[in-house]
Design a protein around this ligand. Structure first.
Ligand code: ZN
Length: 232
């Protein structure tokens, strides 16, 4: 049951969210030999404006796109939770699933989407994933009595050091991705089902350039970096 601890676990609501938010940073870390894994909460089967494509077909396409993209970035493993797209709920069961992954893979850093971004018009899976990940990292991962059956199954409590929230409105941390921006774009380019027009690459280029403003970097990814208390 016990895996070797990983450096970072990125929990993405949908396929391609992690690449969009933290792909350049991931590529830097994997080049340094650090283990990164992706968890993808939903199957992405609503991610189209084309009424002609069946949800099950789209889910299959998106799984292949995610695997190809993760391989480019040097991601060690992709875990597909396969929940229905736009169907996440903040339930005890979903929180337990995320907690189980944290206690199993024991990441030093957990990254996910900032749940507070665009709070009035935001994707529900983004909001719910962000909140559930934060709850699972603290306090659940330090609390033996929240899901005692996980502990009885042999999992141990775990102290995550840091959470990085991507796509924040008010970042407190910027990471230089000048050297890996092209690779990030190539990874995003694997998600062909999500590219309806040229906007896709223009948006990410503008966003990562804007994140670098005021720094010496050409491209950056911006985060809210949350230091996690190491005790209850
Ligand atoms: Zn998404």
């Amino acid at each position: 049951m016990q895996n070797k601890p990983v450096y970072m676990m990125a929990v993405a609501p949908h396929p391609h969210d992690a690449e969009w938010g933290i792909g350049g940073t991931v590529a830097r870390w994997t080049r340094e030999g650090k283990d990164v894994i992706f968890v993808i909460c939903t199957n992405g089967d609503k991610g189209t404006s084309d009424p002609g494509i069946k949800p099950a077909v789209l889910a299959g396409i998106r799984k292949q796109e995610a695997l190809e993209s993760a391989r480019l970035l040097g991601v060690k493993q992709v875990i597909f939770m396969d929940h229905p797209d736009l169907g996440l709920e903040d339930t005890p069961e979903f929180r337990k699933e995320i907690l189980r992954l944290i206690l199993t893979y024991r990441p030093e850093i957990v990254a996910t989407r900032d749940p507070y971004f665009q709070r009035y018009v935001s994707n529900r899976d983004h909001r719910i994933t962000g909140h559930v990940v934060l709850d699972s990292v603290w306090p659940y991962a330090l609390s033996p009595n929240t899901y005692p059956d996980l502990i009885e199954q042999g999992l141990q409590l775990h102290k995550v050091k840091q959470v990085l929230l991507w796509t924040p409105e008010n970042p407190n941390y910027r990471y230089d991705i000048s050297a890996t921006f092209e690779l990030k774009k190539a990874a995003l380019g694997c998600h062909k089902s999500q590219m309806e027009d040229d906007e896709y690459f223009r948006m990410i280029t503008d966003s990562n350039k804007a994140a670098a403003q005021g720094t010496e970097f050409t491209f950056a990814e911006a985060f809210v970096r949350v230091e996690i208390p190491q005790r209850l």
